[in-house]
Design a protein around this ligand. Structure first.
Ligand code: ADP
Length: 292
């Protein structure tokens, strides 16, 4: 299948420069007093216990916290994959709290891009077909110039006609990033996007996410247990026991590791990197890479 599909929507302008003159970005996603209770009675688990947060347009927000702190639950609720027990969530100005399943499906299709730890590409489709699938499912068509820009941005080169099984993990995640971006979603959610990659390849994917924010103004929320990954974010939210307990601006990997330690645990093994160098060495490198 050719990547050139046909005429499509006009490009979306990138977000304004970050906080140029004290400018407060618009919130693309909002949560107010969100509670998520699983089960009831004695066995009830409150995975989220009153979370309120605004996700700013054109920024990369990382969500961290120990295992079981509610990261996945929060992401699923902000992305319309789950509904809160109480509280309110808006996405692109739409109150999603009371939408039925069909409306939620449309909302996800029209406003949300996803990147998963295990890529979740369709194995029978080529890279190019996977990338344009969200547009096809929405009955839309891709702008050839936009597709060419996207393919260039994710660096897939001559791999477009290959199926996922013929691609490396890093290449598969590049396809997934392009697929998430192709419909210019209001917000892109990345769930442990480097969790299944070695540190070098993971770093390349993180650079790609950062570039999507900087050059396309792509609002992004990334759940990660990796302080080096969170160090590329503009903001780092820390969850503990179902609540946001810290909210940092752009931080170094060192600062993030320190913050995790004050939560009473260092997260879920807070480095995805498997070599013997110290956390500090890796944190310094991540800080250098992140603070461009
Ligand atoms: P994290 O992503 O930070 O590891 P989760 O959001 O997965 O945390 O889980 C938060 C809490 O909710 C945990 O105590 C977990 O056991 C519980 N939980 C998550 N999903 C369910 C479920 N489907 N049923 C019951 N409890 C759940």
């Amino acid at each position: 299948m050719s990547i050139n599909v046909s005429e499509g929507p006009a490009p979306t302008p990138a977000a304004p420069p970050l906080s140029a003159a004290g400018h407060t970005p618009h919130a693309v996603v909002t949560a107010r007093d969100v509670v998520r209770r699983y089960g009831d009675g004695d066995t009830a688990v409150d995975a989220l216990r009153g979370v309120s947060v605004d996700i700013a347009e054109g920024r990369l927000t990382a969500v961290m916290g120990p295992s079981g702190s509610g990261k996945s639950t929060l992401m699923h609720i902000l992305a319309g994959l789950d509904t809160p027990t109480s509280g309110e969530v808006t996405v692109a100005g739409i109150d999603i709290t009371n939408l039925d399943d069909n409306a939620l499906t449309r909302l996800r299709r029209d406003h949300i891009g996803f990147i998963f730890q295990f890529f979740n590409l369709l194995p029978m489709l080529t890279a190019a077909e996977n990338i344009v699938l969200p547009l096809k499912l929405a009955g839309g068509k891709a702008d050839p110039a936009w597709l060419a820009e996207l393919v260039g941005k994710v660096g897939l080169g001559d791999r477009l006609s290959h199926r996922p099984s013929e691609l490396s993990g890093g290449q598969q995640q590049r396809v997934a990033v392009a697929r998430a971006l192709v419909s210019r979603p209001s917000v892109m959610f990345a769930d442990e996007p480097t969790g299944n990659l070695d540190s070098t390849t993971g770093g390349e994917i993180l650079a790609l996410l950062r570039d999507s924010v900087d050059t396309l103004g792509q609002t992004t929320v990334m759940v990660t247990h990796d302080a080096h990954a969170a160090a590329i974010a503009d903001r780092v939210l820390f969850l503990a026991d179902g609540q946001i307990v810290r909210d940092l601006g752009r931080s170094t990997a060192h600062e993030i590791l320190d913050a995790l330690e004050t939560l009473g645990g260092a997260g879920d093994e807070p480095s995805a990197s498997g070599d013997e160098r110290s956390e500090a060495d890796e944190a310094d490198e991540a800080d250098e890479a992140g603070k461009r």
